[in-house]
Ligand binder design. Structure first.
Ligand code: TAP
Length: 455
């Protein structure tokens, strides 16, 4: 295996000679920053991505059906920010000194060092192809590792363009490797590989469980999992209704619902329920469905045929089980994988659409009785997922109480979908563990060594 090492003084000569002895070829030793503190390859990569942002957004629109304007701002824009953010971390990864053996002070010194884990595998889904790649790869490289990335089979193109840009940014061949291919072949091989020390995975809970098992059985590799969700959004009657409607729309229809933190279920307090539904349906009627490359399009095609079929079946099941289909529910009669923005009401807790993620533009609304805060909280938490959640209220006490009680990795208060490169992102329960973004993400790609001296 050809290995290029990135990271300053983190891999010592001993490690290099060990790798060589094992028959690996070290093709480059890369330091961030270099000796005079100048080299900033991750920053340079971010600059290059910015120079190519229109091209990357166009590829994302063609490959994933992402609406171009959103792709430019979010898919590509946040990817650039992510590399800039983690570029700043490269020279700030530090250990600590720890007083030990306090019964006999001044005899011992313990210090910790944070080391890169080694070769990492990154396996990502198709909904935000470049952004998911960037969230994991930037943290992984800043921590000093090398990486093998497997994009989703249906959306490999921005990853390949990204590979080209990494070479232009001066990152040596071998540091970043892109291996498109099927999950069962390429992804599985990465999870099983004895020389891979960490898998960062985003995708379904089912595949995540399988990967975790493979990581354990192969070489007990480190693993972090960002999995599915069915995120509850609670809208209290004392909210700013216009904002709740606007953000409620975004919580479901952003990126045509192909959004892991999409609000999978909206709980609306009885006294504003009908008004909320009426205003949401009005807004849905204004959405412009069309060619994702057009600058005025709000809602593009779903990612691929199988997903479109799944959405159709999901809606049919909702209707069969007795939920009220207020609007949508069908494929749009035009070429392409277009699915109508859909709203269901009268959704009861036992129904399939109340429990399972659609990953599409389908709003699922349930009522709760006026004033029944604890009742709605227990319904919101009655799910095996725990990725995100939200609450709309003008009452600060209620907002704090509800955000304490919601069992999810992220709680949005009077907003939704507000992720930031500096804020840790990741789920609870069967939505996985480990964080992307923020300082917390670095630790997913580091190991701590404890060094103890006696003197
Ligand atoms: P998955 O089917 O789980 O696929 C995700 C990735 O895993 C793909 O690259 C896939 O390869 C690969 N894979 C499949 N089988 C594998 C195996 N045996 N070993 C290793 N890799 C394997 O998910 P999806 O359908 O692409 O994405 C939708 C799901 O992702 C939803 O449930 C959604 O909630 C979740 N998601 C979660 C988040 C976060 S942050 N929590 C973000 C986005 C999406 P292929 O190319 O063959 O499919």
């Amino acid at each position: 295996m050809k290995i290029a090492v990135i990271g300053q003084s983190l891999f010592g000569q001993e490690v290099y000679s060990h790798l060589r002895k094992e028959g690996h070829e070290i093709v480059g030793v890369f330091t961030i920053p270099d000796k005079d503190g100048k080299a900033d390859p991750l920053g340079e990569l971010a600059d290059l991505m910015e120079q190519h942002q229109e091209e990357l957004a166009t590829i994302e629109a063609l490959d994933a059906g992402a609406v171009y304007t959103l792709a430019l701002k979010t898919h590509v824009g946040m990817s650039i920010q992510t590399f800039r953010y983690f570029a700043g971390w490269c020279d700030k990864i530090q250990g600590s000194t720890i007083p030990i053996n306090q019964a006999r002070p001044n005899r011992n010194l313990t210090l910790t060092k944070k080391e890169p884990v080694g070769v990492c595998g990154i396996i990502i889904p198709w909904n935000y192809p470049l952004m998911m790649l960037s969230w994991k790869t930037a943290a992984c490289l800043a921590a000093g590792n090398t990486v093998v990335i497997k994009p989703a089979q249906v959306t490999p193109l921005t990853a390949l363009k990204f590979a080209e840009l990494t070479l232009k940014a001066g990152i040596p061949k071998g540091v970043i490797n892109i291996l498109p291919g099927s999950g069962s072949l390429v992804g599985q091989r990465l999870a099983d590989h004895p020389d891979v020390r960490k898998i960062g995975f985003t995708g379904s809970t089912e595949v995540g469980k399988h990967i975790m098992k493979s990581c354990a059985l192969s070489n007990v590799k480190k693993v972090s999992l960002e999995l599915g969700g069915k995120s509850p959004l609670i809208i209290f009657a004392d909210c700013d209704l216009s904002k709740a409607v606007q953000m409620g729309m975004s919580s479901v229809f952003f990126n045509k619902g192909e959004n892991c933190i999409a609000a999978g279920r909206l709980f609306v307090e009885d006294s504003i329920h009908d008004q909320f539904v009426r205003r949401v349906v009005e807004e849905v009627g204004k959405m412009k469905i069309g060619n994702p490359l057009n600058r005025d399009t709000d809602h593009g095609p779903q990612n691929h045929q199988a997903h479109l079929n799944k959405l159709r079946e999901y809606c049919q099941r909702g209707v069969r089980e007795g939920a009220t289909l207020v609007c949508g529910g069908n494929q749009v009669p035009r070429p392409g994988f277009f699915f109508e923005p859909t709203v269901f009401t009268d959704v009861e807790d036992h129904m399939f659409i109340a429990k399972e993620e659609s990953f599409g533009p389908i709003m699922v609304i349930s009522r709760f009785a006026d004033g029944d805060m604890d009742g709605v909280l227990s319904r919101a938490n009655a799910t095996e997922f725990g990725l995100a959640s939200g609450v709309f209220t003008r009452d600060i006490n209620k907002a704090l109480y509800v955000s304490d009680k919601l069992a999810a990795g992220t709680v949005f208060v009077n907003t939704y979908n507000k992720t930031d490169v500096a804020a840790p992102f990741g789920g609870f329960k069967q939505s996985g563990f480990g964080k992307d973004l923020g300082e917390a993400a670095l630790n997913e790609y580091l190991r701590v060594k404890t060094v103890t001296f006696e003197y």
